[in-house]
Design a protein around this ligand. Structure first.
Ligand code: BGC
Length: 402
């Protein structure tokens, strides 16, 4: 069966600044790597200097859009310092995207903060929200003539969960109370940021499209031990993790589109209050390099539940880290089939961005997991298109799937 995608469909890929630019020494992640003796991002893919080459490769793969992020700590290395040089750099980056006909998606916060911001209490302090908004105003003001799609935050709940509940990301917090305060501050920053962007574009012919990227997971009760209790925890995780942020923001009309990041299924085991991830390997399911359960049908199940919002949807991340090319191929094609099924059932999906354009720095997991369409040799920094990326390139070019 041939599956045709809507005309003007956005085909692309996503990256984030800290994970591929390199030399982000003013970011709190950099300090964290040192303190915890983790693998260091250091030069990463040197994308900061090689962005033109990378965008050229994206174009060679027939992509027509690309999601990037701005490193706040570069633009504001100190509290009251705005670096004009970095603003000029990011303007050049966006000009280059436009030159290659790659529609830019710009993320303003992708997990990392300036060191000075964290030292002042970071997102746990409501007094710090204004610092983020100052940065937002500067960047949006500088890029507004070139950018339609904004993502103010990437996956705030993943950030809060890892940084303030599990303690595995900076600042290493383990307090539900602080996590709730951070949540409140991030949502407040998002809403004011949303209004601010609309204000900055007031006299422009373009209507900016603003969202936050939301990680969605298919939660499933772990079949081992007490299925009833596991079922309860899985239900709670789905209710808390997947929908409330979008429910709230869409009701208040602070969302112009849904930006969905989907990767996998998570088996859940009972524990209070939020349940916990269960990583048994007894299931006969494919698990990727990171042990994630790959479940393409879950993508469809998540997508069809988004109909209630009556908003356009853009998949801002979907991808996997594998050891064999055939697994990437299977992942790509099976997830696009799920997406096509959701389209056929009337969901207004406008685009699909693969995570990631390049192999890059996978946070606390270092450089081992390789999510890229393009392989990066971290010694020579040479790029090489992976075989499965040519399949993606064909789909992007023909706008259909066979
Ligand atoms: C994040 C990326 C990360 C990817 C794979 C997403 O949730 O936005 O930064 O690399 O997942 O783990």
């Amino acid at each position: 069966m041939q599956l045709k995608f809507p005309s003007h469909f956005l085909w692309g890929a996503a990256i984030s600044s800290y994970q591929c630019e390199g030399e982000n020494y003013n970011s709190d992640w950099c300090l964290w790597e040192k303190e915890r003796a983790l693998e260091r991002a250091e030069t990463a893919c040197n994308h900061y200097h090689l962005f033109e080459e990378d965008f050229q490769l994206a174009r060679r793969l027939n992509l027509n859009s690309l999601r990037i992020s701005i490193e706040w700590a570069r633009v504001c290395p100190q509290k009251s310092v705005i670096s004009d040089e970095e603003i000029t750099h990011y303007s050049a980056v966006v000009d280059t995207l436009c030159k290659f006909n790659l529609t830019p998606f710009i993320t303003l916060h992708h997990f990392t903060n300036p060191i000075w911001f964290s030292a002042r209490g970071g997102w746990a302090s409501s007094e710090n929200i204004d610092s983020f908004l100052n940065y937002l105003q500067k960047i949006v003001g500088a890029l507004k003539d070139k950018v339609n799609y904004w993502l103010i935050f990437n996956e705030p709940l993943v950030y809060i969960y890892n940084s303030f509940i599990c303690g595995i990301w900076p600042p290493g917090g383990r307090s539900l109370k602080t996590a709730l305060r951070v949540f409140k501050n991030i949502i407040a920053a998002y809403i004011t940021g949303y209004q601010e962007i609309k204000r900055i574009y007031k006299d422009s012919e373009v209507i900016p499209q603003i969202s936050l990227a939301k990680n969605m997971r298919l939660f499933s009760p772990c079949p081992k031990y007490n299925l009833g209790l596991n079922n309860f925890s899985s239900f709670i995780r789905d209710k808390i993790f997947n929908y409330p942020v979008y429910d709230y923001l869409s009701k208040k009309k602070y969302l112009d589109y849904l930006a969905i990041n989907y990767y996998c299924k998570e088996y859940v085991r009972f524990s209070l209050p939020l349940g916990e991830e269960c990583n048994h390997s007894f299931h006969k399911e494919h698990r990727n390099y990171l042990g994630w359960y790959i479940y393409p049908y879950g993508f469809y199940e998540i997508l069809k539940k988004l109909k209630k919002y009556s908003l356009p949807v853009i998949i801002t991340e979907n991808g996997t880290a594998e050891t064999r090319d055939c697994f990437y191929q299977d992942y790509l094609v099976s997830h696009l089939k799920s997406l096509a099924q959701a389209l056929e059932e009337g969901l207004d999906i406008k685009g699909y961005l693969w995570w990631s354009l390049l192999d890059n720095f996978e946070w606390d997991k270092g450089f081992g997991p390789r999510f890229g369409l393009i392989e990066v040799d971290y010694n020579t920094l040479r790029r090489k298109i992976k075989p499965f990326a040519y399949i993606y390139a064909k789909i992007c070019k023909e706008n259909r799937l066979y």
